[in-house]
Design a protein around this ligand. Structure first.
Ligand code: G4P
Length: 472
């Protein structure tokens, strides 16, 4: 039986950030595949109606093929317990993403090798640096024509302001892509173009750069380029420095191709080795960091979601555990509500069914059944000494609309729907004086939130509404 501290030590909780289409979903899916969490690639995103979604729940996501809500996926790999916090890629949902990043200990930044650093990447990166969390970079789509790897690194350094350290180095790209050179192990991981996509095992070849034998494998020009590149890199100013990585000042960079599975497993292994264990969050009551390994349980709500599944009409409050151990049925204290409660239902989100979680540790995320008492940022804890974690900042809405119910007989459902969705943090409500509740002014960060609001009111509360955009 592993002890408590060993359990916490094995936790790696991170979020994947990227600009839409860079390959976040594909990479997530491949990571899950290695963890044995899913049996077959292609089920993370129920795109084009192919399969049921794992990390997407809502109709709108399926229809649009984008991930709107964040979800949490857990799997074990090589003795580690890995928690991936899936963040919505769509720019309209930045607020939800920001909250999710509050619950992560590190981030994986996926960059499209042809496009480099894109807009959404910049925004998300900024939030990560604000929190000072380590950032690992996966430069994806090397099987397609890519920018020069030196240019890509320079762009990351110039635009994002972080030092880079390439852990491996690509040999060619697109049709010419031969694989990557592992700088530490000094071996080549050879890419095979043939074979079924996503399933082939990459061949590892010990490589003495300059050895004429490599000309045959790589072609002479690519072998020459590789030798020159590695010489340049080895002579470059930046050295690998784990301390800098831990403080978000240097990002280890990996090249690969998620679609073909190439470079994903070596990345996962290195990432897990270098990524931090659950961090200590600050208790605002004492201004002291809370040791994740301390005995008593504590955590904060970073996300609330209602009606995720038509078969379970309920609300789930996602809690990031900051210290101790969660046990189903345990007694706890809800700090903001100033009352005791039993943490009756913990669920972990995986595939279609919701596995009941019996125990979980600092670093994990549990979905608590929420009868409507929690708000985002709330703290739950056990033990005599109460703790309180900092509030999660809310973002100023950028768009407003008047939402009016069409059928005034459904006032009760309308009020309930609006209130619950606001509590979830899906929208912000600004009530108009004297206007009652038939019509409400709603503020959002992005326009897609309005669409989600309308669809959810219709699907979950059976209420039709009209939306009138407002100019403020
Ligand atoms: P996202 O979650 O970041 O938005 O990106 P996603 O994984 O959905 O990938 C976007 C598109 O890029 C997908 O193609 C996906 O198959 C492709 N892709 C991801 N990784 C790689 C890679 O390493 N190499 C290549 N060549 N393509 C990659 P799509 O046609 O938009 O969707 P689909 O029909 O394949 O699902």
């Amino acid at each position: 039986m592993e002890n408590f501290i060993e359990q916490i030590d094995k936790r790696r909780t991170f979020a994947i950030i990227s600009h839409p289409d860079a390959g976040k979903t594909t990479l997530t899916e491949k990571l899950l595949l290695y963890g044995g969490a899913i049996q077959q690639a292609g089920i993370v995103k129920g795109k084009k109606g192919a399969r049921a979604a794992v990390s997407d729940w809502m109709e709108i996501e399926k229809q649009r093929g984008i991930s709107v809500t964040s979800s949490v996926l857990q799997f074990r790999y090589n003795g580690y317990c890995v928690n991936i916090l899936d963040t919505p890629g769509h720019q309209d949902f930045s607020e939800d993403t920001y909250r999710t990043l509050m619950a992560a200990d590190s981030a994986v930044m996926v960059i499209d090798a042809a496009k480099g650093v894109e807009n959404q990447t910049k925004k998300l990166f900024k939030v990560c640096t604000m929190r000072g969390i380590p950032i690992f970079t996966f430069i994806n789509k090397m099987d397609r024509d890519a920018q020069n790897p030196f240019d890509l690194l320079e762009e990351i350094e110039q635009v994002l302001g972080i030092e880079t350290y390439p852990m491996n180095w690509p040999i060619g790209s697109g049709k010419e892509f031969k694989g990557v050179y592992d700088r530490n192990k000094k071996e080549i991981l050879a890419f095979q173009h043939s074979g079924k996509v996503g399933q082939q095992q990459a061949e590892k070849i010990e490589a003495q750069l300059g050895d004429p034998g490599l000309d045959e494998l790589l072609t002479k020009p690519l072998h020459d380029t590789l030798s020159e590149d590695i010489e340049l890199l080895d002579g470059a100013a930046y050295e690998f420095n784990l301390d800098k990585v831990r403080h978000g000042m240097l990002t280890p960079v990996f090249f690969g191709s998620a679609l073909t599975n190439f470079g994903v497993e070596p990345f996962l292994k290195e990432f897990l080795r270098l990524a931090p264990t659950p961090r200590a969050y600050t208790d605002t009551l004492t201004s002291e960091p809370v040791d994740p390994c301390r005995d008593d349980f504590s955590g904060f709500v970073f996300k609330i979601q209602a009606n995720m599944d038509k078969n379970h009409r309920d609300r789930i409050a996602f809690v990031r555990i900051c210290s101790g151990k969660f046990e189903r049925g345990m007694d706890a204290f809800h700090v903001q509500g100033n009352r005791k409660l039993k943490l009756a239902t913990g669920t972990s989100m995986m595939a279609d069914d919701r596995a009941i979680v019996d125990e979980a540790y600092a670093g994990d995320i549990v979905g608590l059944f929420d009868p409507g008492i929690f708000s985002i940022g709330d703290t739950v804890c056990s033990g005599k000494r109460h703790v309180q974690y900092p509030q999660i900042p809310t973002f100023a809405p950028e768009m407003f609309a008047r939402i009016t119910q069409v059928d005034t007989l459904k006032r009760k459902q309308f009020v309930k729907g609006m209130e619950e969705l606001a509590q979830e943090g899906a929208i912000q409500i600004f009530r108009e004086l004297g206007a009652g509740m038939e019509s409400v002014i709603v503020g959002v960060v992005g326009v897609l939130q309005f669409e989600v609001l309308e669809r959810r009111l219709k699907a979950e509360y059976r209420v039709e509404v009209r939306r009138q955009p407002l100019p403020y």
